[in-house]
Design a protein around this ligand. Structure first.
Ligand SMILES: [Zn+2]
Length: 255
């Protein structure tokens, strides 16, 4: 049995001092593969280097421009992204998306970077890793315009209806630490109601720790807490959840 952390920002400076130990602890807990989505162009070289190093786990790089970091993105970054996708092996395009949670964000700028990245994903036939907060209807609209796309909406926070629409479009829903909090009743009912075959599990480390590690830097070795939580909510075994969600990640990312 093996686990795949489908979303972990292992390249960020939060892990600079002990990245190898973090990866080894993950490996010791059965995590064999970690998908690392980039956040901004200036970080791509470092991420690429990490993914090519000899690591205790397989590190797979996705390249993209994260909506929350919009202030760093320049128009030219989309051209650089195309070059990056041409030159380096990328497992996906991302992290891209729309974040309308904070009013001050420039929605028009986010939308143009998002659609630019979706078009590149279509062109390079890669899955997309999507970040969406308070923007799912617009995300769905853009995905419908590009029927060949597949991917994952990570840290899913939408409705059941929207989740079904995403699944119909060939997308997976990513879930992590937030589902472990008993007050997250809406998220927890999604875990029960959605098919296990549509779920990807993630830590989103260093952010979004599960309830047992509340307030700490999150890390991929704690993915097993997410697996246990899903198993508990669905009244099934840890092994079953691990097996199906690992297969889901393998299928989406071609592992
Ligand atoms: Zn992320």
């Amino acid at each position: 049995m093996r686990l795949i952390d489908s979303h972990c920002h292992l390249d960020l400076s939060a892990f600079d001092l002990d990245r190898d130990e973090v990866m080894q602890r993950a490996r010791d807990k059965g995590v064999t593969d970690i998908i690392v989505p980039a956040v901004k162009a200036s970080g791509w070289a470092k991420l690429h280097e990490i993914s090519r190093s000899h690591n205790p786990v397989n590190v797979h790089a996705a390249f993209g421009l994260h909506p929350v970091f919009e202030e760093y993105h320049e128009v030219n970054d989309l051209l650089l992204l195309e070059k990056q996708l041409n030159n380096e092996s990328a497992i996906a395009v991302g992290e891209c998306g729309l974040d309308f949670f904070i009013d001050q964000f420039d929605k028009a700028k986010q939308l143009s970077f998002f659609t630019g990245q979706l078009d590149l994903a279509v062109q390079y036939q890669l899955p997309v890793i999507i970040h969406s907060r308070k923007s799912l209807d617009l995300v769905l609209k853009e995905l419908r315009l590009r029927p060949s796309l597949n991917g994952v909406v990570h840290s899913y926070s939408g409705s059941y209806q929207q989740a079904r629409q995403l699944i119909d479009l060939g997308f997976y829903l990513g879930f992590g630490g937030p589902i472990t909090y008993p007050r997250a009743t809406k998220l927890r009912s999604l875990i029960v109601d959605l098919p296990l075959e549509s779920l990807l599990l993630e830590t989103d480390a260093p952010d979004q720790p599960d309830i047992s590690n509340h307030g700490q830097r999150n890390e991929p070795s704690w993915l097993n807490n997410i697996v246990s939580c899903v198993a508990g909510l669905r009244a099934t075994s840890f092994e079953k959840v691990a097996e199906v969600t690992t297969k889901n990640s393998e299928q989406l990312f071609g592992l």
